[in-house]
Ligand binder design. Structure first.
Ligand code: DCT
Ligand code: MG
Length: 513
């Protein structure tokens, strides 16, 4: 999680991740060379055709804009076999039998699969097909009812499969620029819209596709409309070129630097990290100093393999002091993500005693072993019977440690090196700095902590909003309180918390809202 939160909508890691800004260009590598697609514009319209061509190219298919000699597959929408033949005649095509004539459903199936799909009968346009859409189901919209989509992401099972990245990338850029302006309302509006788009089981290609969906305000619709029509959002592009945005993006990519510090630096006339580093009058916090020192390592994402390696270190160290402890990886990795910006751990123990020394013992051992590059332990401020916090972005009160660990990485094969090269190898850095969050929770609060720390942030935010507005309950990472009955609801598992809230259970990998 991020340390500096104001208005606390994006995590530090997300900022770091997005340093390699999503570009909006359109030069794609062809992955499937065996055939060449041509998409008919007739009855489809230029906008949708352009969109589909772009989408297919992005997925690695060869698509021609003109009906050239190399074309092998013709794709049509709402046209019968005879209508397509008729149209081909008009194009002065002699032998139309050299083409595969296919319905658009074949192409959308390919897009969904991300690879060519077999030319099954149901996709072929054939003579007996007199009506344009007979026998053809539209796999892109399987009984999808927009008006039934919940405005709360905790009621939308959202996996990592995102059909609408083009839209959600633009929304997240917009949201971040509003976050930098501390405009929380507009920021959340775009984050909510991005979350809804991530849930859709099909790519949006026309305005009709978003009709009836929640969280689609005018500002959001304008961006969608422009992307459908122009292939990109001029507003998102403007943001990416905006001086203030570019500076804030750099500043907040440093561990320990949030919007407030960025604002201060920007007002001082600083624009780049080089300028910040060169300014000797600035007083950097201990955290920011570590952020600059390990900058390169920390902005590069953490892989699943690295997370597993760190997990082993954390478990072994914790078990050495507390053999019956429960150590669980949370955050994005628990949701099935393959990369992250830090690794989040929850530590608890079924025993009745609470050991506030545990975290100190763990970091002391790492210090002795030379594995600890930075650490900041925050003591618990939790008091019994304290009501849950209503602020959905508030930091919880667990004892925790924000650390940077040194993870040694296996060296490349060195047997073939001669002596002088071996000496050079000794100077090669063979470790990577990794951000690790350790959170210690009392056993009876573990389920709540696990639910909160698994995220995503949007999922957690909506869960708490849902509890408050739909159930008159207050939820945070410690507890659930029923305001009407004036009681705390105990839970030993995440399933029980969903049940208390009257919600269907959502698996961790379905919480990528
Ligand atoms: N969290 C929380 N309370 C906060 C802030 C965050 O409960 N005040 C939760 C939400 C997600 C989880 O902690 C982990 O946070 P991050 O590490 O920021 O997010 P992530 O999903 O793990 O993303 P990343 O892969 O970038 O680390
Ligand atoms: Mg994380």
């Amino acid at each position: 999680m991020d340390m500096i939160r104001t208005p606390a909508v994006f995590s530090q890691k997300k900022r770091q991740k997005r340093m390699s800004s999503p570009n909006l260009s359109c030069n794609y590598e062809t992955k499937f060379n065996k055939f060449v697609i041509f998409i008919m514009q007739r009855k489809m319209g230029v906008t949708r055709r352009t969109f589909l061509m772009e989408l297919a190219r992005r997925k690695g298919f060869r698509v021609e804009s003109e009906l050239s000699d190399s074309v092998t597959h013709i794709v049509a929408e709402n046209n019968s076999y005879l209508e397509v033949l008729d149209w081909l005649k008009g194009q002065a095509v002699g032998d139309s039998s050299r083409f595969e004539l296919l319905d658009i459903s074949w192409l959308t199936a390919c897009m969904e699969a991300g690879r060519p799909i077999d030319l099954e009968m149901k996709y072929r346009l054939m003579e007996q097909d007199q009506s344009p859409t007979s026998n053809i189901s539209k796999p892109e919209e399987p009984s999808f009812i927009a008006s039934k989509v919940s405005p709360y992401s905790c009621q939308r099972k959202t996996t990592l499969k995102n059909y609408n990245k083009q839209f959600t990338d633009a929304f997240e850029i917009m949201a971040e620029s509003y976050e930098f302006k501390e405009n929380e309302i507009f920021c959340l509006e775009f984050l909510r819209a991005a979350s809804v788009m991530k849930f859709l089981p099909f790519p949006v290609t026309r305005m009709k596709d978003i009709q009836g969906l929640p969280c689609m305000g005018d500002r959001v619709r304008d961006v969608i409309e422009e992307i459908i029509e122009e292939g990109e959002s001029s507003r998102a592009k403007e943001v990416l070129n905006d001086e203030r945005y570019i500076s804030f993006k750099q500043f907040t990519s440093v561990f320990g630097v949030g919007v407030k510090t960025s604002e201060k630096w920007y007002r001082m006339g600083l624009r780049t990290l080089e300028e910040v580093k060169a300014d000797k009058t600035l007083k950097l916090s201990k955290m920011q100093k570590a952020g600059f020192l390990y900058y390169e390592d920390l902005v590069s994402s953490v892989s699943k393999g690295e997370a597993d390696a760190v997990s082993l270190i954390v478990k072994n160290t914790v078990y050495a002091f507390l053999p019956d402890a429960l150590v669980t990886i949370t955050g994005g990795f628990r949701r099935g993500k393959k990369i992250g910006h830090d690794i989040d751990f929850l530590i608890t123990s079924p025993g009745t005693h609470e050991d506030e020394k545990l975290l100190h013992k763990v970091v002391d051992l790492w210090k002795k072993q030379g594995l600890l590059l930075y650490c900041d332990i925050i003591e618990s401020t939790f008091a019994k019977e304290q009501l849950p916090n209503r602020d959905v972005d508030a930091m919880d009160r667990f004892q925790k440690c924000f650390a940077i660990l040194k993870l040694y990485q296996p060296r490349a094969e060195s047997s073939s090196y001669n002596m002088s090269e071996k000496i050079d190898m000794a100077e090669v850095k063979d470790w990577k700095a990794i951000r690790v969050d350790l959170v210690v929770t009392p056993f009876e609060q573990y389920a709540y902590a696990l639910l909160g720390w698994t995220g995503s942030r949007q999922f957690g935010r909506d869960l708490r909003r849902y509890a408050n507005h739909e159930r008159k309950m207050i939820l945070d990472n410690h507890a659930l309180y029923d305001r009407k009955k004036k009681i705390f609801l105990k839970a030993g598992s995440e399933e029980e918390i969903f049940a208390h809230l009257g919600l269907d259970y959502v698996e961790p990998w379905e919480r990528n809202a």
